[in-house]
Design a protein around this ligand. Structure first.
Ligand code: 13P
Ligand code: SF4
Length: 351
């Protein structure tokens, strides 16, 4: 069974893109941030969707670039007192919940996510209350309050494995918030899922016709798609996976060209891991001024060098999570982290 819920309308204006910097300005900010990180015993952790200069800076300063699960795990293990999360707010909150003793800063707390916005706690919790026989599984792209209401939290890198595990136990599921990822998991696992109708404004813009045209233009290319994309786009994929899985696939698939349907920030790491491949971004709905996201998350883009330079100024960059919520959200988050370790341990024992 796969029942659909009503959509929560989100009507937030996209944030204004940060000012474009000259090369000289970039160098000055990079030098300043490097010095500040040392001075404050801080480490920079960046998501694959941030701009290339932010990812490079994280690497050059002994920090980390990764997907949302890897970011949280790296932050929890790293000895620095202060962690700077270049990403969106739910990533900072996840880091805080997993490392409550550390100071978690973000370049801006206004960097949000359409999935988080589209899943407010009150209606989501009311829906869960109507189905007490179901396990509540939520995507990591949610508020701490929604995580605290859940039995499981998953990221896209582990969602199929967790849902397979729950389906094997005969569990019935409430899934939120991404409708496309939920449908994809449902089809892969056969799990009985009720789907919240949220969507990612970046992946939702990849369209079947545009991708068909790109495939005609590059007939030898492999098509790599993130499962937050619409069903007809996923159907055209040679490989569907989370950000880390897409990067791995770009390296391992034999094709020389890759058409990629996810945020183009991923090209920095993908090109590094697959240097001999030509990467082509999948077309989005609309072109130039008429596309909304143009395959780059407007909230990830807020993590600009000039904003990062000011991360230690003032007291409005620190992530706080209500301790009561954090304690509750820790339970499903820790389940995910443990589940990921168990999978890794069983992979290692089979090598
Ligand atoms: P990951 O969990 O793969 O990092 O993806 C997060 C995200 O926001 C995808 O749009
Ligand atoms: Fe959210 Fe989509 Fe941006 Fe990821 S790319 S943070 S899912 S809006």
């Amino acid at each position: 069974m796969n029942e659909l819920l009503t959509t929560i309308e989100i009507d937030v204006p996209f944030p204004k893109p940060p000012e474009v910097l000259s090369e000289e300005q970039k160098h000055l900010h990079v030098a300043n941030i490097k010095q500040l990180l040392v001075q404050h015993n801080a480490v920079l952790i960046a998501h694959y969707y941030t701009d290339p200069e932010i990812q490079a800076l994280a690497e050059e300063t002994g920090g980390f670039v990764g997907d949302s699960l890897e970011m949280a795990k790296f932050g929890a293990k790293h000895p620095a007192d202060t962690i700077i999360i270049a990403g969106v707010k739910f990533m900072g909150e996840t880091a805080k919940i997993l490392s409550p003793e550390k100071r978690i800063l973000m370049p801006t707390l206004e960097a949000t996510c359409s999935l988080d916005l589209g899943c407010p706690i009150e209606p989501f919790s009311a829906f869960c209350d109507q189905h007490p026989d179901r396990e509540v599984v939520v995507y990591a792209n949610t508020s701490a309050a929604v995580k605290a209401r859940a039995d499981w939290v998953v990221t896209s890198s582990i969602a199929v494995d967790v849902l397979e595990h729950l389906a094997e136990q005969g569990k019935k599921i409430i899934w939120g918030p991404d409708k496309h990822l939920g449908r994809y998991i449902q089809q892969k696992t056969g799990a009985d899922m009720l789907l919240w109708q949220g969507a990612c404004i970046v992946h939702d813009e990849f369209k079947y016709q545009g991708l068909q045209n790109a495939i005609k233009m590059y007939p030898k290319a492999a098509v790599l798609v993130h499962p937050e994309s619409p069903e007809k786009v996923v159907a055209l994929a040679d490989f569907v996976g989370s950000t880390s899985q897409l990067i791995k696939a770009a390296n391992e698939l034999p094709h020389k060209q890759m058409i990629v349907a996810t945020d183009k920030g991923i090209f920095y790491k993908m090109q590094q891991k697959a240097p001999d491949k030509e990467l082509i971004i999948a077309p989005t709905a609309g072109e130039g001024a008429t596309c909304r996201s143009c395959a780059h998350c407007p909230w990830m883009k807020m993590n600009a060098l000039q904003v990062l330079s000011e991360v230690f100024d003032g007291d409005d960059k620190e992530i706080f999570v209500d301790p009561h919520l954090a304690e509750k959200a820790m339970i499903p988050l820790q389940k995910m982290v443990n589940f990921a370790s168990d999978i890794q341990a069983s992979v290692n024992s089979n090598i």
